[in-house]
Each structure stands twice: as C-alpha cells, then as structure tokens.
Design a protein around this ligand. Structure first.
Ligand SMILES: Nc1ncnc2c1ncn2[C@@H]1O[C@H](COP(=O)(O)OP(=O)(O)OP(=O)(O)O)[C@@H](O)[C@H]1O
Ligand SMILES: [Mg+2]
Length: 283
C-alpha cells in the first residue's frame, strides 16, 4: 500500500512561489444550456525551479488552468499569479508548449526556433547563435536548414522544445507535449527533458500536463491529481526521487510501482464514470 510522502494539498503559502493558483473557479458558456463549470476552487503553488506534473481525466480543466497561467483565459473567480504578479495577459517570461508542434511549415528548423527572438527584436547574429546552440542541445545540430515536412514527428517536437527555450522563459507551461509521439520517441524526449532540468543554470518552473501516469512520476517533483469536471485538486503528491534523476533507476524503485497504483486508483472513478456514460449512450 502506498503510504503517502506528503499529501499536504500543495497550498502551503510560500512567498517564493513562481506560480500561485488561488481559489480559481471557471465556467464556460454552453450552447443553449447551463454554463459548464470547468474548475471549482482550485488552489496550488509551484515554487521556483519546481516541476509539477498535472494529471486528471479528460475535460477536468487542465488546459484551462494552463491557459490562465499563460494569460489566455481569465478566471471567473480567484486569481493566478506568476512571479508574484496577477496574470492578465501573456508574459514574456512564460513559454507555452502543446502536443501539436505548431511549427511554421515554410520556415526551416532554425528559423522556427528564432521566431520568438525575432518578435523581441533580438539582432540576427545573436538569434542565429542561440538557435544553433539550442538545436544542438536537443540533438538536431545537422538539421538547422530542414523544413518541418522533412523532419519526423519527434524531431519536430524537439524543434518546438528549442523554440520554447529560445526565449529563455523562467516558467514553462507544457500541455501534453509528448502525446503525439510514438512510445520510444516519447521516452527519449522524456530523458532529454530530464537532462535539461538537471542543469542548475537552466532549471525552470514547469507545469506539465500529461495523461501518462508514468511520465508524471518520472518527470515531476510533485504530481497533482485532479478530480473529474468540475476540476479540483484531489491530491498533491511529493515524488520521493531526487535530482539528478535517472529514468531507469526511478522505474526500478519500488516506490514507482506504489505511486503508479496509487495515482491510477485515484483516477479510477473518473475512468469508470466515463465508461458507464459511454455504455449508457450506446443503449
Ligand atoms: N472555449 C471553451 N468553450 C466552452 N467550453 C470549454 C472551452 N474550453 C474548455 N471548455 C470545457 O471546459 C472543460 C475543461 O476543458 P479543458 O480543455 O481545460 O480540459 P482538459 O482537462 O485539458 O481535457 P483534456 O485532457 O481532454 O485535454 C471541458 O468540459 C470543456 O468542454
Ligand atoms: Mg487539455
């Protein structure tokens, strides 16, 4: 039985929190009906340099939380703060990455990585230096001039990682960034992301959404488990694996299987509800 390392709810007030989500509720208008309550009183904090993995059933409001932290959606109630400031619009210190790589098809890998730097008016030489450095970091040194259609899905996602890192964000919001990848490429990119997180000078504050429980445990300092819609934080779990983190060592650790079962069981009612609703709809 999983014994629980720390299930404090994650709302311990720290002034150093890089991201603070406080009592956030949100509803979306529904066509011709009652508004859909997507989030209901969500609170958590992410200290600077920490990696928070967020798991929960489809539709529980994970992306909505990230959109709020990115300044794309305003909460109906409560607030989201980044670096102590209430988020009202997109911030320069925040990078956002999705499952779709969103690369511009007419631009080569290097030019895609440079997009954010161009918008910020960084001079061409500096842009080029930084883009090539980042492409090397993500294992694409020889592909600077390749167009997205000449790259595999995994390579394109690497370009997207480099593009997100190019603006040197202190906060990284990642919405299922590896969901579209095959299992093997996904594991490779997980290890690469861990490698990036291991560099003390590069350590970012990260909120990472995933449907993979293994991925959440492997990458997270903490894992937040959400309830089905309306989303609330059901549990905030400290991962007992330190840094530097070795993927194989974590997988072999007995705590890994315990945590996996624990989180899986925590999400179980949502899965069963979804299955029952599907079955009922078919009757
Ligand atoms: N722009 C919108 N208009 C109306 N309803 C929305 C909108 N965006 C989200 N919703 C609703 O809010 C709820 C939460 O959506 P959200 O995309 O945040 O869920 P999620 O946890 O990211 O799901 P998934 O795991 O499938 O990506 C869902 O019921 C969704 O239908
Ligand atoms: Mg989502």
């Amino acid at each position: 039985m999983y014994s629980g390392w720390n299930q404090a709810g994650g709302a311990a007030a720290t002034t150093a929190a890089a991201i603070a989500v406080r009592e956030v509720s949100h509803a979306f208008p529904a066509a011709g009906g009652e508004p859909v309550l997507a989030l209901d009183g969500v609170s958590f904090e992410v200290p600077r340099g920490q990696f928070l993995a967020l798991v929960g059933a489809s539709g529980c409001g994970k992306t909505t939380i990230l959109n709020m932290a990115a300044g794309l959606v305003r909460p109906l109630a409560g607030e989201v703060r980044v670096a102590g400031q209430r988020v009202c619009e997109p911030r320069r210190d925040t990078g956002y990455m999705f499952a779709r790589d969103g690369l511009l098809p007419w631009r080569c890998a290097q030019d895609n990585v440079e997009v954010g730097l161009e918008i910020r008016g960084v001079p061409a030489r500096e842009r080029s230096r930084r883009a090539l450095q980042l492409l090397e970091l993500v294992g694409l040194a020889g592909f600077a001039r390749a167009l997205p259609r000449q790259l595999s899905q995994g390579m394109r996602q690497r370009v997207a990682i480099a593009r997100t890192l190019a603006i040197d964000p202190s906060t990284l919001l990642m919405d299922e960034p590896f969901a579209a990848l095959d299992a093997q490429t996904r594991e490779i990119l997980q290890e690469e992301l861990l490698g990036l997180m291991q560099r003390p000078d590069e350590r970012k504050t990260v909120v990472f959404i995933t449907h993979s429980i293994d991925e959440a445990i492997l990458l997270g300092d903490r894992v937040a488990v959400m309830t089905p819609r309306p989303g609330r934080i059901k549990e905030m779990l400290d991962m007992p694996f330190g840094w530097p983190r070795d993927v194989n060592a974590v997988r072999a650790d007995p705590h890994f299987a315990e945590l996996r079962n624990h989180i899986w069981n925590g999400l179980r009612p949502a899965r069963l509800d979804a299955a029952a609703a599907f079955a009922a709809a078919g009757e």
